[in-house]
Design a protein. Structure first.
Length: 216
């Protein structure tokens, strides 16, 4: 059965498709500040040798490449063909593959991956989509597998918090404001993801969360 989209969800799909078609050729330049985070995510994930990893909303594939460099089998999926075209052109790894897919409705079977990751994408989504994406990550990752989320955070001190919030709100979509104020950990708990480690990145403007898939 095809699920009916809300007006907000329809608007989000239009926005994502349009924005990333325009942004794709420049994305790696714009996202250069994140480049130092990629290897850190791989080390932090600390997946077992031979793990199968799904990188959700992979964009131009930078996080997927960082996993592939360490020998993992990686599949990167994204809604935007334009972003994936960049990833495919830059891909020099036999163990990294890219496919167009909607993260809210993946075609993979249950428990297909040891690890699933998503970086700098959840903040770009309305809450209902964020929830659907997390549900799909839980479904396609095996029980006790690892779920890694990398995204914006706010520094602890008041001035840093104020400055970073207003700076990022300047260029991110409206969903960012809801995302950054939301109770992220409650959303994880609701989806049976148990957070076992956190790492602050980008001087407090970003966070890596490592969770265990506790589905039954
Ligand atoms: C800000 S980019 C992040 C790309 C990459 N993960 C990174 O760390 O650089 C967000 C990506 O999420 C993708 N995206 C948004 N909604 C999606 C969905 N429902 N399914 C798959 N990809 C989606 C966009 O097409 C875009 O490539």
């Amino acid at each position: 059965m095809v699920e009916k989209l809300t007006d907000e969800e329809r608007e989000y799909y239009l926005l994502v498709r349009k924005a990333f078609t325009i942004l794709a050729p420049f994305y790696d330049t714009v996202a250069a500040p994140f480049s130092g985070v990629r290897d850190r995510v791989v080390n932090f994930t600390d997946a077992q040798k031979g793990s199968r990893i799904l990188d959700i909303a992979t964009g131009t594939g930078q996080q997927a490449f960082a996993f592939a460099k360490k020998g993992y089998e990686v599949i990167g999926i994204d809604l935007s063909e334009a972003m994936l075209d960049v990833a495919k052109k830059k891909n020099k790894f036999k163990n990294a593959k890219f496919e167009v897919a909607d993260a809210t409705n993946l075609l993979f079977e249950d428990n297909s991956f040891d690890v699933s990751s998503i970086s700098f994408a959840l903040h770009d989504m309305p809450l209902s989509i964020r929830e659907k994406v997390l549900k799909e990550m839980v479904r396609v990752t095996r029980p006790e597998g690892i779920i890694v989320i990398v995204d914006y955070d706010l520094p602890k001190n008041r001035i840093g918090k104020f400055l970073i919030y207003h700076f990022i709100a300047l260029f991110e979509a409206e969903y960012y404001k809801n995302f950054i104020k939301s109770d992220f950990e409650a959303l994880f708990n609701k989806n049976r993801i148990e957070i076992i480690e956190k790492d602050t990145v980008l001087h407090g403007a970003g966070i890596i969360l490592k969770g265990i898939n506790n589905k039954l």
